[in-house]
Design a binder for this molecule. Structure first.
Ligand code: PLP
Length: 458
C-alpha cells in the first residue's frame, strides 16, 4: 500500500538548519536574569567568566538575536548523526485505533542515546575554541556525561564528570561508556572537592544528588587552570543548541504541508522540550499560528505543576547563580523509588517564563503509567524508549485516545528523546510488578520551598 506520508521523513543534508533559533528574541517577557547569590545583582559577562566559556556566556545573555549561526565544525559533527528522523507512528495509531495522526522526532540514534549530544558538541567546541584544557560537569542517570565524553573525545578535550553516587554504582555500564570515551568519572559527593567533603560530613553515607554533583563540578572547574564548567540542561544556551530538534521537525513537517495541533515533550530541565517547541513557539509569539504545547513531568518531581515561580539555587552547595524558574527548592529530592529520570528540582527559565505567561501547558504523570506507555510503544514501534521520553509517549497516547472518543483527526507531534537500554533495572522492576508511585505530599513540598533564598523578588 502506498502512503502519501512516509513512515520516516528525513531531511537532505542541504535542508538541515544552519542556524539555531533564539526564542528569547521574540518573547515579550524575557526570562529573568541570573543573580549573584551573594550580592543578588544580575550577573553579567565578566561575572560569569570564571565558570563558563566566553562564547557560551554571550549566548546565555543574548535575549535579542533571533538566529545564531552554527559553526561549520558543529554542522559537520551534526551530519554524523543528524538529521534525526521524524517518524509517523502509523503502527501506534493502528494499535490505538485513533483518527489522530501521531509523529515523533527520534533523538536516540547516536551512541549517547539521547538529544544531549546536540548541546554537548556545541559546548565542547566553544571550550576548545577558547583554548581551554578541559571541562567539568555533573551527570545523574549518565546521558549527559556520555554525550559530553563523546564530544570531548572528538575534540581532544579533557572531560571530568561528577556522577551522582547511586547512579555510579547502579549504572556501571554508563560509567564505562564514559571512560571508554576518555572521561574521568568521580562518584559524587566525593572527597576531591571542599563542597563534597562538607556534604559528606553533614550527610555521611548519602547516595548523592544532581544538585550536589553540580556544586562539585563547578568547584573543580574554578580550581583548575584552563577548565570551565558545562551543563546539560536548564540554561538558555542549552535550549538554544537544542533548537536544532525543533527546526528539523518544522522543516520536515513543512515539506509535507503538515501543521501540528499539539506538541508534547518530557521536561526535566527543559532542554529537549524547549528545543523542540522553539520554532513553533516563535510563530505563536508573533501571532502567526497557534499550537497547544504540553510539558510532561513526573508526579514525583512536579516542578511546573506544583512548584513555585521564584529565584532559587541551581545546586545544593549554593555556589551557582540564582535562576528564576519553577522550582521545588534546591533541597528537594524525589522519592528513592522514582526510576524515570527528570529529577531536577528546577526548570529552564525560558520555559518557566513561557509557562507563567500562559503560552504552554504542563501535566504530571505517575511512573507506572509511564512504563505502561513505554511498553505499549516498544511493542508496536520497535524502539525501546528511555523512561524520560516515555512521559511524552504517555500523554501523546492519552491525547490520541481522546481523539478516538471525539472522532477528531488531530495531528500530534512528540519528542522521543532517547533509548532506554541503560534503564533495564527500572524496566525489570516494572516487569516484576514491583514499581510503585510516590507522590510528594504538600508537607514534603513545603520543606523544599522553605529553602528558597531570601530575594526581594520572591
Ligand atoms: C536528559 C534527558 C531528558 C531530560 O532533559 P531535558 O533537559 O528536560 O530535555 C529527557 N530524555 C532523555 C533521554 C534524557 O537523556
Amino acid at each position: 500500500m502506498s502512503r502519501e506520508i512516509p513512515y520516516k521523513i528525513y531531511l537532505e543534508e542541504k535542508e538541515m538548519p544552519k542556524q539555531w533559533y533564539n526564542v528569547r528574541a521574540d518573547m515579550k517577557n524575557k526570562p529573568a536574569p541570573l543573580l549573584n547569590p551573594a550580592t543578588l545583582k544580575p550577573m553579567g559577562y565578566e561575572d560569569l567568566r570564571p565558570v563558563f566559556c566566553d562564547d557560551l556566556i554571550r549566548q546565555e545573555l543574548d535575549d535579542t538575536t533571533p538566529y545564531i549561526d552554527i559553526p561549520q565544525e558543529i554542522l559537520d559533527f551534526y551530519k554524523m548523526y543528524r538529521p534525526s528522523p521524524l517518524v509517523r507512528a502509523y503502527c501506534l495509531e493502528k494499535k490505538l485505533d485513533t483518527p489522530a495522526k501521531i509523529y515523533y522526532k527520534f533523538e536516540g540514534n547516536n551512541t549517547s542515546g539521547s538529544h544531549k549530544l546536540n548541546s554537548a558538541i556545541a559546548q565542547a567546541y566553544y571550550a576548545k575554541k577558547q583554548g581551554l584544557k578541559g571541562v567539568t560537569t555533573e551527570t545523574g542517570a549518565g546521558q549527559w556525561g556520555t554525550a559530553l565524553s563523546m564530544a570531548c573525545a572528538y575534540l581532544e578535550l579533557d572531560c571530568q564528570v561528577y556522577m551522582v553516587k547511586c547512579s555510579y554504582e547502579q549504572k556501571p555500564f554508563r560509567r564505562e561508556v564514559m571512560r571508554t570515551y576518555g572521561a574521568k568519572v568521580t562518584p559524587s559527593p566525593s572527597e576531591t572537592t571542599a563542597v563534597g567533603r562538607k556534604i559528606l560530613a553533614e550527610h555521611p553515607g548519602t547516595s548523592g544528588s544532581l544538585g550536589c554533583a553540580i556544586s562539585e563540578a563547578v568547584e573543580a572547574a574554578t580550581q583548575q587552570e584552563g577548565y570551565r564548567y558545562v551543563l546539560g540542561s536548564v540554561l538558555n544556551q542549552v535550549l538554544l543548541h537544542q533548537t536544532v530538534i525543533g527546526l528539523e521537525t518544522k522543516a520536515a513537517l513543512d515539506k509535507y504541508g503538515i501543521v501540528p495541533d499539539m506538541i508534547i515533550g518530557c521536561a526535566g530541565g527543559g532542554s529537549n522540550l524547549g528545543g523542540l517547541i522553539s520554532p513553533f513557539m516563535g510563530e505563536k509569539l508573533k501571532g502567526e499560528r497557534d499550537y497547544r504545547i504540553i510539558a510532561v513531568e513526573p508526579a514525583s518531581c512536579p516542578s511546573f505543576t506544583r512548584g513555585r515561580f521564584a529565584y532559587d539555587f541551581c545546586d545544593t552547595g549554593m555556589v551557582c547563580p540564582l535562576a528564576k524558574m519553577y522550582t521545588l527548592g534546591s533541597g528537594f529530592i524525589p522519592s528513592a523509588n522514582h526510576a524515570g529520570g527528570l529529577r531536577y528540582h528546577g526548570m529552564s527559565p525560558v520555559l518557566s517564563q513561557l509557562y507563567h505567561d500562559g503560552l504552554m501547558e504542563a501535566v504530571s504523570v505517575e511512573q507506572t503509567a509511564v512504563f505502561e506507555a513505554a511498553e505499549q510503544f516498544a511493542r508496536v514501534e520497535g524502539i525501546l524508549p528511555a523512561p524520560e521520553s516515555s512521559h511524552a509517549i504517555k500523554v501523546a497516547i492519552d491525547e490520541a485516545l481522546k481523539c478516538k472518543e471525539t472522532g477528531e483527526e488531530k495531528t500530534i507531534v512528540f519528542g522521543l528523546t532517547g533509548t532506554g537500554y541503560f534503564d533495564m533495572y527500572a524496566y525489570e522492576k516494572f516487569n516484576n510488578g514491583q514499581m510503585t508511585d510516590t507522590i510528594p505530599t504538600d508537607e514534603d513540598l513545603a520543606k523544599g520551598f522553605a529553602g528558597l533564598p531570601n530575594v526581594p523578588e520572591n
